[in-house]
Design a protein around this ligand. Structure first.
Ligand SMILES: NC(=O)c1ccc[n+]([C@@H]2O[C@H](COP(=O)([O-])OP(=O)(O)OC[C@H]3O[C@@H](n4cnc5c(N)ncnc54)[C@H](O)[C@@H]3O)[C@@H](O)[C@H]2O)c1
Ligand SMILES: O=C(CO)[C@@H](O)[C@H](O)[C@H](O)[C@H](O)COP(=O)(O)O
Ligand SMILES: [Zn+2]
Length: 401
């Protein structure tokens, strides 16, 4: 027995475990966190959020739209579950132009003025922008404090809310500054989706299509049958926002994303399948002055990447056609004339290549539910990119869907 060290700490095996109330992730690096699925999260009788607050001082942040729709309920909830004088709430500007270092500093300044100490927590109730800004602020405030995400958009629930990334835009670059900072808790209540504008639902569907294309042909076929998922029931009434179909799509997307993130939470490996749709899209977003939202730019990138795959002989015509057709049937753009030029898209490839340690790691579909990487810049000749953009322009002009 000499030399043997007994490890008495019980670590669950690495992986993602699903239960009726959510998902537990246990990463190989020891990071563990949970994403809860709940209903009526802001009903004072639902104590899930209250339990995560643990009696700590809370500084909450919401966007103007969330304040208008849910601000009163959130204030009533905090009144019921946080001690008087122990919580404050602030409305912060949203939109990609406001996802800045200045916004993160503003969040920190508000927290400091409210006396937030290192045991306290920031509470982000909103979409990806509020979560990214507040999460980043929490990662630097007093060298890092706790924060909780209550995810109110579809992008938030299937993507931002299940991972550990935070960030702000800077130096004309998306997410130039940021941190890997797991939330203390992350809560998804599908009822929030009932008030979400259809454009925002479509953005969430873009990230869901991403997961389906790279990993799950069954999910893809479901989306083909129901491109109106999350829009068929919603009438603004949170009680009529969800059916079995929505539950299946939401849970499947969350699980696929968490399983894919789990072994590579800190992205030491920069070849990431979940970055399908995220190589050309930062330039589509930024050079386009953010006319297209994140999910819309991701859709354009996925369609372009599908054509690249077809032209390189990595995917057959049918795969490319199905990806483009599904995006169009959902109502997502597949072409942006202003930014989908050979010049800008070549710039996008070079910027991704540089950021990814001088590897391209461009994700392309090789079938439905399967994907591969185009690793080197030279593997994607200029004439292939031009031909892919021409095919994309033709897709953009098609009237059928
Ligand atoms: N950190 C990550 O891992 C990660 C992952 C994906 C996306 N992102 C980032 O997330 C951002 C996009 O997030 P998003 O798509 O949630 O957009 P968003 O945060 O801008 O929200 C969209 C709009 O919907 C409003 N809104 C939020 N919830 C609502 C509700 N329930 N009802 C009505 N309106 C509501 C918001 O106020 C906002 O005006 C991008 O900056 C993207 O880069 C980050
Ligand atoms: O939109 C998402 C995930 O859907 C982003 O948060 C995420 O950072 C993407 O992974 C990035 O766009 C990838 O870019 P990079 O990290 O390679 O620069
Ligand atoms: Zn994304």
């Amino acid at each position: 027995m000499s030399g043997q060290v007994l490890d008495r700490v019980d670590h669950p095996p690495a992986g993602v475990r699903e239960d009726p109330g959510g998902f537990d992730l246990s990463a190989p690096d020891g990071t563990r966190y949970r994403v809860d699925l709940t209903t009526a999260v802001l009903d004072p009788r639902n104590t899930l959020l209250a339990r995560h607050l643990e009696g700590r001082r809370v500084v909450a942040f919401v966007s103007p739209a969330v304040d208008r729709l849910y601000g009163d309920r959130l204030r009533a909830y905090l009144d019921a579950h946080a001690r008087r004088g122990q919580w404050t709430l602030h409305v912060i500007r949203t939109g990609e132009h406001h996802k800045t270092l200045a916004a993160a500093e503003h969040v920190c300044a508000l927290a400091k003025a409210d006396g937030l100490d290192r045991h306290g927590l920031m509470l982000a109730v909103g979409g990806g922008i509020v979560a990214d800004v507040v999460g980043f602020a929490a990662s630097i405030y007093a060298r890092g404090i706790r924060y909780i995400k209550v995810n109110t958009t579809l992008v938030g629930q299937v993507d931002v809310g299940v991972g550990v990334k935070t960030g702000v835009n800077a130096l004309q670059t998306k997410n130039m500054f940021g941190a890997y900072h797991p939330a203390h808790a992350s809560l998804n209540d599908p009822a929030f989706l009932a008030t979400l504008p259809h454009r925002e639902i479509r953005c969430g569907l873009a990230e869901i299509v991403k997961m389906a294309v790279i990993l799950d042909d069954g999910l893809f076929r479901t989306l083909e049958r129901h491109p109106d998922v999350f829009r068929r029931l919603g009438d603004g009434d949170p009680d009529h926002s969800h059916g079995d179909l929505e539950t299946y799509v939401l849970r499947t997307s969350m699980r696929l994303m968490m399983e894919e993130l789990c072994p590579n939470l800190q992205e030491h490996d920069l070849a990431r399948l979940v970055d399908f749709g995220h190589t050309f899209s930062p330039v589509v977003e930024t050079a386009g002055g953010h006319r297209l939202e994140h999910g819309e730019a991701v859709a354009v990138d996925m369609a372009l990447s599908a054509h690249v795959a077809r032209l390189l002989g990595l995917a057959d015509d049918e795969t490319c056609e199905r990806v483009v057709r599904l995006l169009r049937r959902i109502g997502l753009p597949v072409f942006d004339p202003l930014t989908c030029t050979p010049g800008l898209m070549t710039q996008a490839l070079r910027a991704s290549w540089q950021r990814r340690g001088r590897k391209l790691h461009l994700v392309v579909p090789t079938g439905i539910g399967k994907a591969a990487f185009v690793e080197e810049l030279e593997d994607l000749p200029g004439e292939v990119l031009v031909a892919a953009l021409e095919a994309l322009a033709a897709d953009g002009e098609r009237r059928d869907a």
